[in-house]
Design a protein around this ligand. Structure first.
Ligand SMILES: [Zn+2]
Length: 378
């Protein structure tokens, strides 16, 4: 807030200097010198309020100033930013709309105001209006990267994956680069959506397009597995399970709920397939996830599975996860409480930790950057 106040004070000072150096518009000439004071004194009062940390009074004064001279547009922009940072989106919107309504606004400032207004709407959660506003800006400046990126984010937030993909293509053109991993995840989301809506052909098509771009794209493989199991094509399901185990061992354990949902397949074929994969290369995450899932329905079966796997936890995290499966009601249920709030995945880009995996990081919005938390608890 203090930095912002300083910025506004600085902008106000610039505007004040502008008023003093270029005292009048031609149309003001006839009105006499008392108008000069009308322009300058609210600025002085505003600066005074800012310096004595009374932002609300300062805002009131400075809005007056900005109405009088277009040089004060910078002050307007800074005020808008300040309102937004205080969560007063309605006032920020009004400031930027006022600015856009001025015919004397220079083009560069007009772009900034369009962008600022879109950011106001987005920050205030009015995503449709934000998107419309970004579109207006992109009509004026088709290569505006922040507007393209923000629109992409909104489409992703609204699960409009194909629209998001179109914006990604545009960004690729503007930045002359390739975002194939991002696109692979967007196609996997299209596939997943189609699967849930019963459009199996589209689901299959987009899952394949995703895997073509990124052979290890786990969510696309999950869609193909579900399609195979819906068709009762167990050979194909086995092939998919084995392929994913080879291509993406890190996220492979996430296939377990998809397999176990189809009990017939799990009992007759899937269990065996998983056991082979485990025996070829045992890994802690597969054992723990599997025991946990079985334990949700049947604790004795989970104990049997642990014996069959010959799995022994080698660190505190793994011990606690097992403990949470086998803790008896009536105990203090310490491990289960720990399990409910523990961080299971960490983003390699921004370091944020989450409990449930998301293919897109909730903080930095990168795709495919979340990795399972391993080893001992820090
Ligand atoms: Zn991140």
């Amino acid at each position: 807030m203090n930095t912002l106040l300083l910025a506004i004070t600085a902008a106000a000072l610039v505007a004040l200097v502008a008023l003093l150096i270029f005292p009048r518009h031609d149309e003001d000439e006839a009105k006499g010198t008392e108008h000069e004071d009308e322009r300058v004194s609210p600025l002085l009062r505003g600066i005074n309020y800012l310096l004595s940390d009374q932002p609300d009074q300062a805002l009131q004064e400075m809005v007056q100033v900005a109405r009088l001279r277009s040089e004060a547009a910078d002050v307007y922009m800074a005020l808008g930013e300040m309102f937004r940072s205080r969560g007063e989106y309605g006032r920020a919107v009004r400031i930027h709309q006022n600015l856009l309504a001025r015919p004397d606004l220079p083009d560069s400032m007009r772009l900034q105001a369009h962008y600022a207004l879109a950011v106001d709407f987005q920050a205030g959660g009015l995503l449709d209006r934000a998107l419309k506003q970004y579109r207006k800006l992109l009509e004026l400046a088709p290569d505006h990267v922040p507007a393209l990126e923000a629109s992409l984010r909104i489409r992703e937030q609204s699960h409009e994956w194909l629209e998001a993909e179109a914006l990604l293509s545009r960004l690729e053109q503007v930045q002359n680069t390739s975002y194939h991993l991002h696109r692979a995840f967007l196609f996997a989301q299209v596939a997943e959506q189609a699967l849930h809506q019963g459009r199996d052909e589209q689901a299959k098509d987009y899952a394949h397009r995703s895997i073509e771009l990124e052979p290890a794209c786990a969510p696309a493989w999950f869609v193909l597995l579900e399609l195979a199991l819906r068709r009762q094509d167990w050979d194909e399901a086995d092939r998919i399970v084995r392929t994913l185990a080879e291509r993406n061992r890190e996220h492979f354990p996430l296939i377990l709920p998809h397999i176990m949902k189809h009990e017939d397949y799990y009992r007759e074929r899937g269990r065996l397939c998983l056991m082979e994969i485990w025996q070829r290369s045992p890994d802690e995450e597969l054992a723990l996830s599997w025991i946990e899932l079985v334990g949700e329905r049947d604790v004795d079966a989970a104990a049997g599975l642990q014996r069959e796997l010959g799995f022994q936890p080698e660190n505190l995290r793994a011990r606690l996860r097992l403990e949470a499966v086998f803790e008896k009601e009536g105990d203090r249920l310490f491990a289960r409480a720990w399990r409910r709030r523990v961080t299971n995945y960490i983003c390699e880009m921004c370091g944020v930790g989450v409990r449930e995996l998301r293919w897109q990081c909730p903080q930095c919005h990168e795709w495919g950057t979340m990795h399972p938390q391993k080893g001992d608890i820090a």
